[in-house]
Design a protein around this ligand. Sequence first.
Ligand code: FE
Ligand code: FE
Ligand code: ZN
Length: 276
Amino acid sequence: MLHIGCHLSNSKGYMNMCLEAASIEADTFQFFTRNPRGGGAKAIDPEDVSEALAFMEKNGFVKILAHAPYTLNPCAERPEVREFTLNTMADDLARMEATPGNMYNFHPGSHVGQGIDKGIELIAETLNTILKPEQTTTVLLETMSGKGSEVGSRFEEIRRIIDETELSEKLGVCLDTCHVFDGGYDIVNDLDGVIEEFDRIIGLERLKAIHINDTKNPFSSHKDRHEKIGNGFIGIDAFERIVNHPALRELPFYLETPNELDEYGREIKLLRSLTH
Ligand code: FE
Ligand code: FE
Ligand code: ZN
């Protein structure tokens, strides 16, 4: 069975997210570790967490995915922005240990004119500071659309970040279907070719999660605007190939489409109906 969930608000805690996920027959979910525009994180309630862990175990949930706030930038030019990013990510990773063995996704960042090499160097520097040998969380680099000076829209850039990270065994990749299509990887007409390229450059063993989104913009637009499944330029036929692809079908899928909970439920049903 397809492992799939959607992005949920964590404002009412972990157990609430579990119940929302279960209500739409999801077996996982994604959430922001704190306000997506940055700021403080709510204290973790140990009772809420232990209740949620038991629920997930009992209901056969697969790994859940935390998402770092959008405002972080590990390769910002200003040192105070990099320091804020580093402290926030370190705090997030410490909190993640309350739910051991799950995943934490972040955007590699924007080099803001410093150049791709400098960007990659600064991202690896951040990872080399925050990753700890004892952590149980896998940190995922998200593939980006290449909007502005975003790092991580080419598989080669992701590879270089991994190569420059000492504890690279803690790293994985989250492939966002909207982002890679906007970024110039043609998953509509050549899904096999894109997956082969991912394997050759990064290695499929690094691929840990899929953000499953349609896109409002045509191929290679470098825009990053998500669309509901089937309503955009990727389209339902391509999603059928994506959820059935032997290299992808066992991975957890997370919807980040512009939807309310009940519409997410319909997309989950729709995507499951496409599996064979
Ligand atoms: Fe993201
Ligand atoms: Fe995404
Ligand atoms: Zn996006």
